[in-house]
Design a protein around this ligand. Sequence first.
Ligand code: TYM
Length: 329
Amino acid sequence: MEGRKILYSAVQPTNNLTIGNYVGAIKNWVNLQNDYDCYFSIANMHAITVRQVPAELRQRTLSVLALYLACGVDPEKCVLYLQSHVSAHAELCWVLNTFTYVGEMERMTQFKDKSARHAENINMGLMDYPVLMAADILLFQTDLVPVGIDQRQHVEIARDIAQRFNNAYSPTFKVPEALYNKVGAKINDLADPAKKMSKSGENPNGAVFMSDDRDTVIRKFKRAVTDSDAEIIYDPERKPGVSNLLSIYSAFGGKSIEAAQADFAGKGYGEFKLAVGEAVADKLAPVQAEWKRLLADKAYLDGVLKAGAENAARAANRTLAKVYKKIGF
Ligand code: TYM
């Protein structure tokens, strides 16, 4: 629709998605799609910066799409597509590479983390990851990028690159802004609440996956690390474990943190952890049923991706054409 702000976000189809991906990203998209022109992609080009098994990557890509849909992301309201279907991503990335300094990329926290974890394969793509992400965002003249806090540095660099290009030529890219949740912009690991809950976390008990069954979800929450005093209050500094659980309960139960706290006034940690687990499991059950149903309908999923790719390519190619013209191609 003319005049509406543009929103862009994506998830990498690597490993299983966690409730952190849901709360930090996908859940918000469902609300935002009514008020913005939204583009949501599955970032399979980012995924190959870490070695993938091809058949698994293909399967997981469809699984992420089916999960978006099962969570309520609606292809009638937004453009849903696969990054590799739109060649403008790779093309703009190449141009933006010439506006990005090696030193900046070497300093990115995620690059440093991933290089440490994949020391055998520190490939150029891993280092270039933020530039491809900048291309994703800038191709669509994006106003807002709804992501979790862990993506802050990546959105910042996309802004820097946009400004650098605009200053070198003339205004070409919209300079985007990140959009974070008030609650749940960072869901932490249940076993180690100082760390982000991650798809690739070493401790499988610390992450709750979108595919976990009810018993597994409840077991993981029962084991969640809290602290030694028995107060259920939101205080991320002093009480990271309890505060993380309150955030999760608030996100899954659709309540404010204050209301979540009030629900547990005077109650013990055992009861609290069980209630958080139940709130999550209750919400996941219908999503999982719909996810399974959609995954069996490959023709439908392919149709969504095909239509999405056409729409995304149209918008992306408009920006790419401008860029090519400005740089003298
Ligand atoms: P990815 O796949 O790591 O994560 C997808 C989204 O989930 C959010 N997230 C979390 N939010 C809260 N708590 C957590 N524990 C948590 N873990 C993950 C992430 O912040 C993200 O919003 N580089 C991106 C994918 C991407 C992208 C883009 C995003 C590619 N191109 C363009 C926005 C715009 C990534 O790896 O996300």
